[in-house]
Design a protein around this ligand. Structure first.
Ligand SMILES: Nc1ncnc2c1ncn2[C@@H]1O[C@H](COP(=O)(O)OP(=O)(O)O)[C@@H](O)[C@H]1O
Ligand SMILES: [Mg+2]
Length: 298
């Protein structure tokens, strides 16, 4: 089934159907976004499923996904549109010498000489799309202001051509890793979703989805260790992405338990800072060695 979500439950089920296990808040905003025609701002630590939510919404609704990856210095030319200078030049060069400037100008500032970037592509698409504006916190406030215009009016004004209005309403998801505070103006226009690290049970389901062959007891212990590691004050706590990588690695290595030795050999898959590695080896390794999380104890 594709098309709009018809209820929170429908959103939850269809997202699960395309491999995304959504909790109530995520199902709720996914449903409401379509109904209210409002963008969704998804915030949370890295690797908790923000980007994947947008991809899953696209798969579940059958809408094409258009992605704008944000970075420092992202500007209009890369987000909205830019003129294809090379093609314009070629056109001018092949023009007969007696053609008037006005005529040439009308020609080279037409659609044929324009390079549409994600925002323009999204609002001019024939069929409604999902627009993912990923990691918006990496841009500056100036870019946010530009975005506001597009997201509130669903139109883009191009000086040489006039106003381009949206043909269809995209379903917009913005993600942020929370590296800077976003403006109130942007937040006001969006539905808000905070995604956090999942519960042990939910993370176990996610791991199972991505590494179904991994033994259930090993998977459970792996997730429990991940949660223990997260409770330490690390520079970069492991995310769901790391849990998935770790489970796939343990599967390949044929690990039958997550004990001290296995942790020591493979912990660079889940923690990636020198000081974090030391801390994990010291705190978690010791506990595993003592059998606190051992199967016999659990
Ligand atoms: N609820 C979920 N259901 C299924 N897979 C998930 C879920 N949350 C996260 N994942 C998986 O975790 C990984 C990281 O997710 P991602 O969307 O890239 O994180 P973020 O964008 O928040 O940094 C992806 O492989 C994704 O498929
Ligand atoms: Mg992401």
């Amino acid at each position: 089934m594709s098309g709009e979500f018809t209820s929170i439950e429908d959103a939850r089920e269809r997202l699960a159907g395309v491999g995304y296990l959504a909790d109530e808040p995520a199902s709720l905003v996914s449903f409401l976004a379509g109904r209210l025609g409002k963008p969704v701002l998804v915030e949370g630590p890295a690797g908790v499923g923000k980007t994947e939510l947008a991809k899953a919404v696209s798969r579940a609704t059958g809408r094409h996904l258009i992605r704008l990856q944000c970075y420092e210095g992202l500007d209009e030319a890369k987000a909205l549109y830019e003129w294809n200078y090379r093609k314009q030049l070629l056109r001018i060069q092949t023009e007969a010498a007696d053609t008037g400037w006005q005529e040439v100008k009308d020609d080279i500032f037409g659609e044929e000489f324009m390079l549409a970037r994600p925002l323009l592509t999204a609002i001019t698409a024939e069929q409604p799309v999902v627009l993912l504006i990923d990691e918006i916190d990496k841009t500056d406030q100036e870019f946010e202001a530009l975005l506001l215009e597009v997201l509130s009016d669903f139109q883009i004004s191009i000086p040489e051509m006039g106003v381009v209005e949206a043909r269809t309403r995209p379903l917009v998801l913005l993600t942020s890793n929370n590296s800077r505070e976003l403006t109130e103006a942007l937040k006001r226009r969006c539905l808000y979703l905070w995604l956090d690290y999942p519960t042990i049970e939910r993370e176990l389901e996610i791991v199972h989805l991505h590494a179904p062959e991994l033994d259930q007891a090993v998977a459970r212990k792996l997730v429990e260790v991940i949660h223990m590691v997260r409770s330490l004050y690390l520079k970069k706590p492991p995310s769901i992405a790391e849990s998935i990588d770790w489970s796939r690695a343990l599967l390949l290595l044929g690990a039958e338990d997550v004990d001290k030795a296995v942790l020591e050999r493979t912990m660079s898959i889940i923690v990636k800072h020198r000081t974090d590695l030391d801390l994990v080896a010291e705190r978690v390794g010791v506990k595993l060695g003592d059998g606190v999380l051992g199967r016999q104890a659990g």
